[in-house]
Design a protein. Structure first.
Lengths: 104, 202
């Protein structure tokens, strides 16, 4: 999705692209549709592993949309995305590792 | 070395990265918060099957209701970003309005959580009834506490801007509060899938 660029004070001061309210509303609509799709999976049976993958993809897309657009990571300096990525990657690796550790 | 920024916010200080030091510090905090919630999620995933003869997740979870509360929190994130955008554009009144709407939707989400918790307790799931109960309440309770802190933060912003509104001079303050709110939303995006939806995959 190509963001629309505004000309607000913040954008002019920082000298980089800044999305408009219309962009944010569009992202909000996409998030609402994805949530509806997630709710729809509740009524679907028999997909097994494919359903796990579908739910994971939908969740990751929502995560990415909120992080990129609402938290402005798409428009900020990359160091901020890097800082957040370190925490998220550590959290994910820890969750995967500990989920499968033998606690017995 | 930090120095006074030349821009819309006389309180803003930038680091030698060119980033406002509050924003940089807050992103470091959010990064550590990710690990904090990962610990709680792992605890839940490991022990959610230990119901000690009590109700199971399938017995309790109400997906339609949780979907509505998830939708409310998602839309509160949209309201928050519109508030940040309005403040950055110097629209003081809309900055106040969207921030107030965000706080209101946060309270609605907390209302859903209070209802859910009271229903679950009535059904026999308490903090000490089973490891499922302990890990569920600790995880979702900490998330709810974060929402509560966010609501207090937003209300304090509204108080802060009660005379002049939330405009360009306070845009950085609104933006940092917005980062916190969006993070809380992101955590719930993960929890909605990991706790609720995955439970019903057959």
């Amino acid at each position: 999705m190509k963001p629309e660029i505004g000309t607000g004070a913040q954008a002019q001061i920082k000298g980089h692209a800044h999305p408009t309210a219309k962009t944010f509303v569009s992202i909000g609509l996409v998030l609402a549709v994805i949530t509806a799709a997630e709710f729809g999976t509740y009524y679907v049976a028999g997909w097994g592993t494919l359903m796990y993958i579908t739910l994971a993809v939908l969740s990751v897309v929502k995560f990415w949309l909120v992080g990129s657009y609402f938290m402005h990571l798409r428009y900020e300096q990359r160091i901020l995305a890097g800082i957040f990525a370190v925490g998220v990657v550590l959290a994910t690796l820890m969750a995967v590792a500990l989920k499968y550790v033998n606690l017995a | 070395m930090a120095h006074e920024a030349h821009g819309h916010d006389s309180h803003a200080h930038v680091t030698n990265t060119g980033i406002d030091n509050r924003k940089l510090g807050f992103w470091l905090f959010l990064s550590s918060e990710s690990v904090f919630f990962a610990c709680l999620i792992v605890g839940y995933l490991v022990y959610h099957g230990s119901n000690n003869g009590g109700p199971t997740p399938q017995d309790l979870f109400n997906i339609p209701l949780t979907t509505i509360s998830t939708f409310v929190l998602l839309m509160s994130s949209l309201a928050m970003v519109l508030g940040v955008n309005a403040a950055q554009q110097g629209d003081n009144k809309k900055g106040m309005l969207w921030t107030a709407i965000t706080a209101g939707m946060g309270l609605v989400f907390l209302g859903f959580q209070v209802y859910e918790f009271s229903h679950f307790i009535h059904e026999g799931l308490t903090l000490s009834s089973s490891l499922f109960g302990t890990t569920f309440y600790v995880l979702t309770g900490f998330h709810g506490a974060h929402v509560g802190v966010g609501v207090i933060w937003l209300l304090s912003l509204l108080f802060y801007g009660r005379k002049g509104g939330l405009g360009a001079d306070k845009a950085n303050d609104v933006e940092v509060a917005g980062l916190y709110w969006h993070f809380v939303d992101i955590v719930w995006i993960v929890l909605f899938t990991v706790i609720y939806l995955v439970e019903f995959v057959s």
